[in-house]
Design a protein around this ligand. Structure first.
Ligand code: CA
Length: 521
């Protein structure tokens, strides 16, 4: 890293820039512009480029991220305690589908090796998933899965893994509450994720509120083979632990193993085939963000998002509280008024959800975000939203819904890493991209997670956890375009199984966490 003082300006109208140097810059440092720092400014934090009087806007990304609470001299450290956060933009009078970006030229000729499913989707891994109706069965299922991995899986070398879809739902909940539709459809749709090959197997307790037929009603689980119309639908494969036939714990475990083996046999016969890059379904999110997120990793992901859309693939961006402050950018990029209205509907639903808990979107930022230089949610949102690139937004999903079309989709989810990942899995993601500045070892059992570091320092220290270093953009040794292409090519390698992500190598698997906005009883 260069010892020359480096600052990064995001927009010509900005009156602050962030310090890029590892370890920050000391008071008295003279910037290239001739400005002398009045305070020590930590890496990723903001320096005032000019005097900002009390009440005046502090601008980053060309917009006010806050208003000065007192006079700030040029060269001073602009931290969150000096800023009054702006009110959230109202949801009335927004620009609706006003931006008509020129059509991006198609990107042709890119392929990967994937598992084509009977429903037309494509998997990037070949995994047996065991669905559970209720948390009560988690221990027994986990015991059975350990035995399946040890005793059965070695006989089916084309199957990558066996995954228990453990969760905290199913009983002790207001199952008829209107919002209970969210966790229930999430669980149903996760069972249908492309990486599970259409093999649905359920472990049920027996007495739970979420009965197997409520979780997987007819039509939601059969292997609908488009190549053999009229094929007879199969009955749902359920192992019920309270079944009278089970005498003793081992008989339950053996039932699960016996049923699992039938699915393993079918999954093992599958082979990868060359498919176009348009079969990628990529979920992007960030976690442990810092001020570099919106400068390096997220813009590189945004560039890659545009490449994916040009290749005809599906990309989802999410994290409602982290895009709420950029709602006008999103509604203006909607392809149709209906898409813009769907976005407004999701934001309004989320505003009301937060209000029920007596908070607003400002509850989002963490101590780590602030330490990394992000003063508030407005600044964080401006850096988060760039993951969506510049393509038109053609679709909106409510939490737990399944993807309906290719192109760029706004999948409304909480920003919580585990809940967002779980909902993107339900939407049908077959590859996950995760950017981080503070660092998180995040991973999922069901899909490969490519992690992108925002800073070279993090990529160096976490060299066996981070898959891509976007910090090279701040260092000046790579461009956003170069890192975007690197990520795109890595996606095709990872999707094909030619490369494993670090989270896969170490088997770092975070829990599935269902979003349950309904009451618990
Ligand atoms: Ca997140």
């Amino acid at each position: 890293m260069s010892t020359t003082p480096l600052t990064i300006l995001m927009h010509e109208a900005d009156n602050v820039a962030i310090v890029a140097n590892d370890g920050g810059l000391d008071a008295g440092t003279v910037l290239r512009s001739g400005l002398t720092l009045k305070d020590r400014v930590p890496q990723g934090h903001k320096v005032a480029l000019q005097a900002i009087a009390a009440g005046e806007p502090v601008r980053r990304y060309g917009i006010p991220i806050g208003y000065a609470l007192k006079d700030i001299p040029a060269g001073a450290w602009v931290h969150e305690r000096l800023l009054q956060m702006p009110e959230a933009r109202g949801l009335e009078g927004l620009p609706i589908a006003t931006v008509k970006p020129p059509a991006l030229p198609p990107l042709e000729g890119y392929t990967f090796e994937g598992y084509r499913n009977a429903d037309g989707s494509v998997g990037t891994r070949n995994i047996l998933a065991i669905t559970q109706t209720v948390q009560c069965v988690a221990g027994v299922t986990s015991f059975a899965v350990q035995r399946i991995k040890a005793e059965l899986l070695p006989r089916y070398p084309n199957v990558d893994d066996v995954v228990a879809l453990e969760h905290g739902y199913g009983c002790g909940v207001a199952i008829d509450a209107p919002d209970a539709v969210v966790p229930i459809r999430t669980l149903r749709h996760i069972s249908q994720n492309p990486n599970f090959g259409g093999e649905v197997m359920v472990v049920s307790l027996g007495c739970e509120k979420l009965q197997p037929e409520r979780l997987m009603p007819p039509g939601s689980f059969e292997i609908v083979d488009q190549r053999t119309p009229g094929a007879t639908p199969e009955a749902l494969d359920v192992v019920c632990l309270q079944d009278d036939a089970h005498v003793g714990f081992m008989s339950m475990v053996e039932s699960i193993m016996r049923q699992a083996e039938q699915h393993l046999q079918r999954l093992d016969r599958r082979r990868r085939e060359t498919v176009p890059a348009s079969e990628l379904v990529v979920g992007v999110q960030c976690g442990g963000s810092d001020a570099f997120s919106g400068v390096t990793a997220n813009p590189a992901v945004g560039f890659c998002t545009d490449l994916l859309v040009r290749a005809g693939a599906s990309v989802m961006f999410s994290e409602t509280t982290e895009v709420r402050d950029g709602i006008d950018q999103l509604t203006s990029r909607a392809t149709t008024p209906e898409v813009a209205q769907a976005m407004i509907r999701e934001m309004a639903w989320y505003d009301a959800y937060l209000q029920r808990g007596s908070v607003d979107r400002s509850a989002n930022t963490t101590p780590g975000n602030k330490k990394g230089g992000l003063s508030n949610i407005v600044e964080k949102a401006m850096g988060s939203i760039v993951k969506s690139g510049s393509a038109p937004i053609s679709n909106v999903l409510a939490p737990g819904e399944k993807l309906k079309a290719k192109g760029l989709t706004y999948a409304a989810t909480p920003a919580s890493d585990f809940i967002c990942g779980t909902l993107q899995l339900a939407a049908g993601m077959n590859l996950h991209v995760f950017t981080t500045g503070r660092g998180t070892p995040y991973g999922l059992a069901a899909v490969p997670v490519i992690k992108v570091a925002t800073r070279t320092d993090l990529a160096r220290r976490w060299h066996d956890l981070m898959d891509v270093n976007a910090g090279t953009i701040a260092d000046g040794t790579a461009t956003i375009e170069q890192v975007g292409w690197e990520l795109f090519r890595l996606m095709l390698d990872v999707a094909s199984g030619r490369k494993k992500t670090w989270a896969e190598q170490w088997k770092l698997h975070n829990a599935l966490v269902l979003f349950n906005p309904a009451p618990v009883t």
